[in-house]
Design a binder for this molecule. Structure first.
Ligand code: F6R
Length: 618
């Protein structure tokens, strides 16, 4: 939650930081702000609303746009409502120090009381204003420079932070630090300029060299000096690792699509190929995954797999439960990371914990991993963002390689997570002797056809849009599925509610009779996944039960279906495939349906209200 960015160098900082904030808006968009140092003083502009609103207010004051040093912020509100005063940057009482902060200072109340007793006053309700005044107090008390004051102050706080701090009295540096929230430092040619950001997207057109701070690390960034990374705890120097960015500009732009979400839906065929590229050699009948291969004995001897995740990633975990149990015959439990971390769960050294996270920064998932590790479990990560906290915290893992997902509603993250989990399940199924060589081989061939089948499905966009136009004004919607497609029903409902704000629930189809059926009348649309394998007849009976109560059926069926076509109000056909692969196809029309309904309702599809892309607070 919250995005921070900054620049120090020889260019005009305003356009760099504002563009950077736009790229970070997926992290929160309740308010936006920027501080520019114009050579004499710090100019702070901030406002409730989006980065576009910030641009609007700075339009009136060109003097607030000049300078070669800036720090900026886009906020997802935690402490204090989203208003101008609570927006970042925050300034210390003296006006000397300025900060942007992503995270939560948990002991801010105690610190605030102490600072008030020493004469400090506060304008905002934020924990961040407490932190900047704490830094000011330490600086005064210790009579030290900014870097030292930040280091000492951070030893007094609990919680999470990624901060960029600036001192108007020593305006040749930006001090950054992290604990629990990410910080990337982009290094310009010959250290002539530096960029700071919550991820590398704000600076990819300027440099490919990046340092990712680890937890409890900080750095003082000065032009023409190499970045030295230090430990917050004791100020000792660490081994600074400069990495090469793989990201390019095209990947983070809309590329002609109206929304990132639509672009990302359409990217799925390629994203899935990128996920299995180099790992699945379908013709040779081989799956190579170093993260699994290097620990194969652990996987083969595991008593249990425990999957921890949140939201859409949790839904991918539920699909994986069916996959691992069915294909590899390993018992699986799927846990909400937020519950798992506080439940005193029973975990042993013979358990494998798989943590799934697109962003790799989800606070609850990260905490669940730490708990599992502390109990001796081997933890495997399935992440999209390379170098993310979860990727670094796990013992081993596999990246999905889906490319940046910027739309707040997850789409390609879901299908690529399922692809990775499928590869692992198939590999273990084969290694454990549960799948014969020929069956394994034929599954790989089938998986290789999935991207072209998704392409085929994307071509029915017009039909889905028509269905969306019929149901866009409904207040409620039900989603039903069974087996591998029960989690897809949950995911379809989540997509609809998060971007269109229509109340939607997903259920296993057979559970309908145990309650939700009471909701059905002639106004209720029910999306039913009724593909021809698995529990087809049972789902057809459920559809009959709905029709008897006059519910409206939107059915996802396999191409050539006759039975459901006769009963349903609308059918959307998916290409034929093996049952275990169907979630990769049935998901697509549900994503498109939500997308079109939200667009027709005039909602902000890429930035739905109250949400943020990476949930770095619990
Ligand atoms: C839904 C959505 C969220 C995320 C959840 C976990 O569309 O995006 O539910 O899936 O916040 O995020 P990650 O996967 O980054 O851990």
């Amino acid at each position: 939650m919250c995005g921070i960015t900054g620049y120090i160098g020889y260019r005009e900082a305003y356009p760099i930081v504002v563009k950077g904030l736009q790229r970070l808006e997926y992290r929160g968009y309740d308010s936006a702000g920027i501080m520019l140092f114009d050579g004499a003083k710090a100019q702070v502009s901030k406002t409730k609303g989006k980065v576009a609103d910030l641009e609007e207010i700075t339009l009136q004051s060109p003097e607030k746009k000049s300078g070669n040093i800036a720090i900026g912020h886009t906020r997802w509100a935690t402490h204090g409502v989203p208003n101008d005063v609570n927006s970042h940057p925050h300034t210390s009482v003296s006006g000397d120090l300025v900060i942007v902060h992503n995270g939560i200072i948990e002991n801010y109340d105690t610190l605030k009381k102490e600072l008030i007793s020493r004469g400090y006053t506060f304008q905002s309700d934020t924990d961040t204003e407490v932190l900047i005044n704490l830094i000011e107090e330490v600086k005064k008390h210790e009579n030290c420079k900014l870097g030292k004051a930040v280091q000492i102050a951070l030893t007094q706080v609990t919680g999470a932070y990624a901060i960029a701090v600036f001192d108007t009295k020593k305006p040749n540096e930006i001090v950054v630090a992290r604990l629990g929230s990410p910080i990337a430092i982009g290094i310009g040619k010959d250290n002539s300029e530096f960029f700071v950001a919550s991820d590398a997207s704000p600076f990819i057109e300027y440099t490919k060299e990046v340092i990712y701070l680890e937890d409890e690390e900080m750095a003082i960034i000065q032009v023409n000096k190499e970045v030295a990374v230090r430990k917050v705890k004791d100020d000792s120097l660490t081994d600074t690792k400069i990495q090469q960015l793989q990201l390019n500009l095209e990947q983070i732009e809309k590329g002609g699509y109206e929304h990132f979400m639509l672009k990302e839906i359409h990217e799925q065929p390629k994203a899935i190929i990128d996920t299995y590229r180099g790992r699945m050699l379908a013709d040779e009948g081989i799956i190579k995954m170093s993260g699994v291969d290097d620990h194969i004995e652990k996987f083969l001897n595991a008593d249990r797999i425990i999957i921890v995740a949140c939201g859409t990633s949790w839904h991918a975990g539920l699909v994986a439960e069916y996959l691992f149990e069915d294909i590899a015959r390993i018992p699986v439990e799927v846990e909400y990371a937020s519950e798992f971390r506080y439940r005193n769960p029973i975990i042993t050294e013979k358990d494998i914990v798989i943590a799934i996270s697109q962003s790799g920064e989800t606070a609850d998932t990260l905490a669940a991993i730490k708990l599992a590790k502390s109990k001796g479990a081997f933890v495997f990560g399935v992440c999209n963002v390379v170098g993310s906290s979860i990727a670094r915290e796990t013992h081993a893992g596999a990246y999905t390689h889906a490319g940046p997902e910027i739309g707040v509603a997850s789409t390609k993250a879901f299908t690529t997570q399922i692809t990775i989990l499928l590869l692992i399940a198939l590999k273990l199924g084969k290694e454990k002797g549960k799948l014969s060589k020929s069956v394994f081989h034929s599954y790989l061939q089938m998986l290789q056809l999935i991207p072209s089948k998704i392409e085929e499905l994307l071509a029915i966009d017009g039909q889905v849009k028509h269905i969306a136009s019929i149901y866009k004004d409904v207040p409620n919607c039900l989603y039903l599925g069974r087996g591998f497609n029960f989690p897809v029903a949950l995911e379809g409902a989540l997509k609809l509610k998060e971007i269109s704000y229509i109340h939607a629930e997903g259920y296993p189809a057979a559970e309908m009779k145990h309650g939700p059926i009471a909701l059905i009348d002639e106004n209720m649309p029910i999306v039913v996944i009724a593909t021809n394998k698995g529990h087809y007849e049972k789902v057809v009976s459920n559809i009959q039960e709905i029709k008897s109560r006059e519910g409206k059926i939107i059915a996802i069926v396999t191409k050539g279906d006759i039975t459901v076509k006769e009963i349903a109000d609308h059918v959307i056909e998916i290409p034929e495939t093996e049952e275990m692969f169907t979630p990769l196809l049935t998901t697509i029309p549900l994503q498109l349906l939500s997308y079109h309904i939200a667009v027709l309702l005039g909602k902000n599809v890429d930035q739905p209200r109250n949400l943020a892309k990476s949930v770095t607070v619990e």
